[in-house]
Design a protein. Sequence first.
Length: 79
Amino acid sequence: MPISTGDKDGGWARTHYIWAIRTFWMALLFAVISALLSVLLIGVLGFVATAVWIVVHCVIGLQKAAREEPITDPESWLV
């Protein structure tokens, strides 16, 4: 299926690519920080928060992809 050209930046699929790549790198960053903090036992909570954050990001991305909607702010650090 071709990418829609409704947006000036290449369509809704482009926002999903950016969203997925940033989700990976931010999750890796959070995991490394949690690993470093696991010495203090606070990192365990960081791992749980990172896992929840990843699941929420994936669900949001998949729901919007199924409806062929763009991610409103794919470069955001928040959900």
